[in-house]
Design a protein around this ligand. Sequence first.
Ligand code: ADP
Ligand code: ZN
Length: 520
Amino acid sequence: MITDAHSLLKKHYGYDSFRTGQEEIIEYILNGNRTMGIMPTGGGKSICYQIPALLLPGVTIVISPLISLMKDQVDELNQIGIPSTYINSSLTASEVNEQLFLMEIGEYKLVYVAPERLEAPSFLSALKNMQISLVAVDEAHCLSQWGHDFRPSYLRIPELVQQIPNTPPVLALTATSTPEVTKDICSALTIDDEHTIQTGFSRSNLSFHVLKGVDRDRYIKEYVQRNNDDSGIIYAATRKEVDRIFSTLQSLDVSVGKYHGGMTNDERQSMQEQFVYDNIKVMVATNAFGMGINKSNVRYVIHYQMPRNIESYYQEAGRAGRDGEKSECILLFSPQDTRIQQFLIEQTALSDSRKENEYRKLQSMVNYCHTESCLQSYILEYFGDTEEAKIPCGRCHHCVDDREAEDVTKEAQMVFSCIKRMRESFGKTMVSQVLVGSSNKKVKQFSFHELTTYGLLKEKTQKEVSQFIDYLVASQFLEMSDSGFPVLKLTDNAVSVLKGELQVTRKVERKPRVLSKSHP
Ligand code: ADP
Ligand code: ZN
């Protein structure tokens, strides 16, 4: 059967060989196994269920949360000779019935549905008269409460799939899954480890950069003008910010578009098309932009603000360089980004434990901004790709930073013992105030001015000490407790440093610098 898969790959898609992971996944499915595929964005997940759909006798159901993309996906499939349709809330009841009828008489190989559809009793009972050969669950991380995009409508998928006659194999697919989330998905859908395929997360053509303390507006203006032949995306956190950046760039001689949820469907559609066809070079957008957009020559993705977690960041940044050419992913960080994200989490209606989970994810994102080791490795480690994470990428901001590291063990010991004396019950602001010897009222109130560590770093500014603490957190000497009020605690590493068993090194304070393609 796998040779048939090869000829279908050539026949319908025009490709000569499978990409990493595709062939194994297809083989598992054809053998009737429940399978999980974790592949990076652009890795070629769709083919993993489309080719089995062609090879298996009945219909393949694809569950996807992205209703707005279904039509495009289905149009594309029909164009390459794979009969397909979708059933979602954009159809009238009689249109749904018509599609179900056509499904039943074998007109389609693939049918895309939103997860809610499975809950409709009429849909499930219609399936009873059909041969369903495979159920593909796209964006499977939506199934896990610990994922970054949990959707309640996904929760019932495992149970509903059980009700489909002859229990077809299931393929769960995602681009962003931490080990915790993968475990959750596999247990819900009873997929065993043996049939879980994770292809490398690393993207060898992307170089990651974090810039702190730059004038962001000036930076993007210069960057965009310097790279005016290239396509790029600039992500901003709010619609207002998108509008503002858009106007700023428009006043320069840059072909710029914008995209956010406050625009009409037509406006967004038109912007998107112009970007895909290269009429617009730079797209300024909220995170509403990008899902399912297949533009391969995006040369850079700049985040004007820090996103809320690594999953979102890697997904958005990963839209650069799908064609395999060198591309840059730049994050412009400012400490207030953290407070905004904390505020947004606080405002959600999530349960306490899920909020805590969100804070934890946010802290990992903040640590990414403060680490001084390889950024690619940091991301790979986060997604559990430990083997690949061992090798520094050689391209990112830190890998190309050839400054000497200084021994800062003594300063680190001062910070650690101060935190210890403050009983590991205070946050960064208070600890840095005590270390610089601030005469702040609260410091006096807790009698911290009587501690032996009071004023130990008085030759530094409070901001410098605070940044040093960020670095110590990102380097896993300190941790922030997860609750709403972040409290600094020592890790085992810090204890070793206090005992003189471990050194702390740091590269000298970085001056903001301007990036260019040839000299990142
Ligand atoms: P994902 O869903 O994982 O983000 P897609 O399924 O949209 O990725 O595939 C991304 C791109 O890679 C598409 O243009 C697709 O046609 C292409 N692609 C997939 N498999 C192969 C292959 N074996 N050889 C070459 N290109 C492929
Ligand atoms: Zn690196």
